[in-house]
Design a protein around this ligand. Structure first.
Ligand code: BES
Ligand code: MN
Ligand code: ZN
Length: 499
């Protein structure tokens, strides 16, 4: 993936910028800001005239392109509304429109200045970080299975961010580093999520994990094959891949940013590389979207890549339970009973509730790392889309502090989640006549009963589950969103105590 170079630099005033595209972030005002008066004069008064005509008001996330001058070939005005109260959501929207406009332009380089916000801007780091994140993400394009002519052009190569007195250069540089690292991580997630199921198989994910380890000196990868998993007793995970020609894989990636003895934070990802539903076959419509069913696994890759790029001073273990859910003569059938690694037996009443079957063994497996906290990430239930739509990730936890941290990280990164209960009363739905528990509930609250199932394998540590079925991908235009990488990175940074 060709990536965009983003750097922070000090530029004394906007009219001194030499660039193919000068982006001015402006507050909502009826008159021209002092800091852009010289530039306005250089441009023959086009900025002040646009304001006077009402073509540009400065309303948050509004944009207007103007032709430039000899030093700045073109100028993009971006409205920021009331600069003294830019929320995380507004920072995201402002950054997204600016990034998309720049990426769509023929400019090869750009300078973004915050000069006109200097007097008022409340959280410059948040805005600079969002700009870096949105620029990285807007620059991404899926390409692996496309011919050249179908790829939109990406002229943009270099962006310079000028904090313009809103914060120190050091702070601006740190914000750029965090934002671009998160963006690169999210783009890796999107690429893996977008790849079709015939390329992105469990073995492909394992090879991607080995590649990640080659690219980062403090990441190591190991992979457990089906034989190893059988020796460990992971018969729940293995039952999901029974019908597939593709062997299941348990992928373990370790990032060591802290001391060797520091207990790690564990991220566990659902890596169903294609979910047909198995013998409980899904309907045909939109079944192609089930290539996205490894979105949780994709976000674990993205988070580890970003953590390494940020050099976070903590240890992280990423575990991916990868399998393909297919019907065949060897596939698991409704009514089959399997024994999980924990020793608990499971009656598989619906083979389409396969995510929890692979995750439960991965959750037992991570006990060996004595984790500080475990967060699993999974496109687990269609029901979470009924509850929350595409806006929020479902959060479930056995620990209030961890749940609060994830909610707060979601607010701060504007990659938000919403908490659901996993009360004892819901657990009753999982009673089985023939095993310790059934893999589906008896009715209602499908996302909660799925989380209840998982919680029974996460009793020995602080655990949270993120149901990302509504947030990991979009149906139109189809594609991975990179969520919840921004949420995860904010959570990990908070735990690392950096920024
Ligand atoms: N991968 C699906 C969940 C899903 C649905 C993700 C739609 C993204 C979009 C999961 O494996 C599944 O099939 N869940 C079932 C559970 C049911 C059988 C209890 C569902 O949600 O219908
Ligand atoms: Mn399923
Ligand atoms: Zn699934």
């Amino acid at each position: 993936m060709a990536s965009l170079s983003i750097t922070a630099r000090t530029i004394r005033s906007p009219e001194q910028a030499k660039t193919q595209a000068l982006v001015l972030l402006l507050p909502e005002r009826k008159t021209l800001h002092q800091d852009v008066k010289a530039l306005d004069a250089q441009l023959g008064g086009t900025i002040s005239r646009s304001i006077k005509l009402g073509d540009f008001t400065g309303k948050a996330a509004s944009t207007l392109w103007l032709p430039g001058s000899a030093s700045a070939q073109r100028v993009l005005l971006v409205g920021c509304g009331d600069a003294s109260s830019i929320t995380a959501g507004a920072a995201q929207k402002i950054s997204e429109v600016a990034a998309k406009a720049l990426v769509a332009s023929p400019a090869v380089d750009a300078i973004i200045t915050l000069h006109a916000l200097a007097a008022k801007l409340s959280a410059p780091s948040t805005l600079i970080e969002q700009l870096s994140l949105q620029l990285s993400m807007a620059h991404y394009q899926y390409s692996q299975t496309l011919n050249q002519r179908k790829k939109p052009a990406r002229a943009l190569k270099r962006v310079t961010l000028a904090a313009g007195g809103t914060c120190s250069l050091g702070k601006a540089k740190a914000a750029v580093k965090m934002g671009s690292a998160t963006g690169q991580g999210a783009n890796l997630t999107r690429e893996l999520v977008n790849l079709p199921g015939n390329i992105c198989t469990p073995k492909f994910l394992a090879s991607e994990a080995r590649r990640l380890a080659r690219n980062h000196k403090n990441i190591t990868t190991s992979v457990l094959d089906e034989k190893k998993m059988a020796e460990l007793g992971m018969h729940s995970l293995l039952s999901v891949g029974n019908g597939s020609e593709q062997p299941s894989q348990l992928i373990v990636m370790k990032y060591q940013g802290g001391a060797k003895s520091d207990r790690p934070y564990c991220l566990v990802g659902k890596g169903i590389t294609f979910d047909t539903g198995g013998i409980s076959l899904k309907p045909g419509a939109k079944m192609d979207e089930m290539k996205f069913d490894m979105g949780g696994a994709g976000s674990v890759f993205g988070a580890l890549h970003a953590a390494a790029a940020m050099e976070l001073p903590i240890n992280i273990v990423g575990v991916i339970a990868a399998a393909e859910n297919m019907p065949s003569g060897r596939a698991t059938k409704p009514g089959d009973v399997v024994t999980s690694m924990s020793g608990k037996t499971i009656e598989i009443l619906n083979t389409d509730a396969e995510g929890r079957l692979v995750l439960c063994d991965a959750l037992t497996y991570v006990e060996r790392f004595s984790p500080m906290e475990v967060v699993d990430i999974a496109t687990l239930t269609g029901a979470i889309i009924v509850s929350l739509g595409q806006e929020a990730t479902g959060i479930f936890s056995n620990d209030d502090r961890l749940a609060e941290s994830l909610l707060a990280a979601g607010e701060r990164s504007h990659d938000r989640g919403w908490r659901f209960p996993i009360w004892e009363e819901y657990h009753k739905q999982l009673n089985s006549q023939f095993a310790d528990l059934a893999n589906i509930g008896t009715g209602g609250a499908g996302s909660i009963t799925a989380a209840c199932f998982l919680s029974q394998f996460a009793e020995s540590y602080k655990w949270a589950h993120l149901d990302i079925a509504g947030t990991a991908f979009r149906g139109s235009p189809k594609g991975g969103t990179g969520r919840p990488v921004p949420l995860l990175m904010q959570y990990l940074r908070d735990r690392a105590g950096t920024l």
